[in-house]
Design a protein. Structure first.
Length: 108
């Protein structure tokens, strides 16, 4: 069977892909972990106007302390927002953020 189009593959586990298969790929693009400044922007834009952050939350400190991907940051933000919705409020607590970070780190 032949496909005359573009195929995009994505994986977080390049080391698990057969070397012979990788040789047949035309391009392999590595996306590195965002810098602390970029992570801070992701945190700030991710929460945006959706919810208010508790005074205890220091996004700059979190951006520096946790070297995680943009996708992981979005997952944590979604976790925090769901926790706040379950409490029927729009305030993100430090515990929400801490639990979300722990969950994402455990996935890794």
């Amino acid at each position: 069977m032949e496909h005359k189009g573009l195929v995009i593959l994505a994986s977080n586990f390049k080391e698990n892909i057969d070397k012979g298969f990788i040789r047949r790929l035309q391009s392999v693009i590595h996306f590195s972990i965002p810098s602390p400044d970029d992570r801070l922007k992701l945190w700030e834009k991710g929460f945006g106007y959706v919810a208010k952050l508790d005074k205890e939350i220091d996004l700059k400190k979190i951006a520096v302390e946790y070297e995680i991907s943009g996708g992981a940051i979005i997952n944590i933000i979604q976790h925090c927002i769901l926790d706040a919705l379950n409490r029927e409020e729009r305030i993100i607590h430090l515990d929400d953020l801490t639990d979300g970070v722990k969950g994402e780190i455990n996935k890794l």
